[in-house]
Design a protein around this ligand. Structure first.
Ligand SMILES: O=C(O)CCC(=O)C(=O)O
Length: 226
């Protein structure tokens, strides 16, 4: 577990305010989804992108297909002990990138966000990395390939703004949308852990974080129970 002084140091590095110990003060609840707007400051975003370049260098982005054979519009890779994959054989977690290499470790900059907002001492097994180009989107879905839903999924947005749609645990429930910006963090836990969510569109070029534009989303997941 992080010592209090260590945790405060990380919060200081991450947060716009320079380290507000009451992080709930800057978060808001939308249908059980907890949004920490602007949690990660620009310097920390730049450091995170640099670390992610290292991840992509050893586990390159690829364009996966769904079990039904449809090519996803996002490009994907992962870090951690396990990576989420999809292909004609189904949705699942695998210990190796499709090329056969082990997934790289989750960067410390990313782990610091998990420790700040997840509310658990258990570390994530997977950091799924999604890259959204101008036309990429992600349909409404639930994250339910993990073995234990008592841990939250923590989502980090970097780069271009994206319209994030949030629903309930039943698809028929209504939805609500919010534009996620670079540095925003969403925690999907409790009632929202199995809620439907997706990305309708990205405002290409709305952020200067990535020189060519685009959006990176990271989702940190506990795959197996303790
Ligand atoms: O890109 C996002 O903000 C959401 C990503 C997502 O829903 C997922 O990876 O399951």
């Amino acid at each position: 577990m992080l010592q209090a002084s260590e945790a405060a140091e990380w919060r200081g590095k991450l947060m716009k305010s320079g380290g507000d110990p009451q992080m709930t003060a800057i978060s808001r609840d939308i249908r059980g989804f907890r949004l920490f707007a602007g949690l990660i400051n620009r310097d920390a975003q730049v450091a995170m992108v640099a670390a992610l370049r290292g991840v992509v260098a050893s586990a390159p982005l690829y364009q996966p297909v769904t079990p039904g054979g449809r090519q996803m519009s996002v490009r994907m890779t992962a870090a951690g002990r396990l990576g989420w994959v999809t292909d004609r054989r189904g949705y699942r977690y695998e210990p190796l990138h499709p090329s056969g290499v082990a997934w790289p470790a989750i960067p410390e900059e990313v782990m610091a966000v998990w420790r700040s907002v997840s509310g658990t001492e258990r570390g994530p097994d997977c950091c799924l990395v999604n890259f959204y180009g101008a036309d990429a989107r992600m349909g409404l879905h639930q994250d339910r390939d993990e073995g234990d839903f008592s841990f939250p999924v923590v989502s980090i947005s970097l780069g271009d703004e994206a319209l994030f749609r949030m629903g309930g645990v039943e698809k028929a429930e209504g939805t609500e949308s919010v534009w996620l910006k670079s540095g925003d963090v969403v925690v999907m836990g409790g009632a929202a852990r199995l809620a439907f969510h997706g990305i309708d569109r990205v405002r290409h070029g709305s952020s200067t974080l990535l020189p060519q534009g685009g959006r990176i989303n990271l989702t940190l997941r506990v795959v197996e129970g303790i």
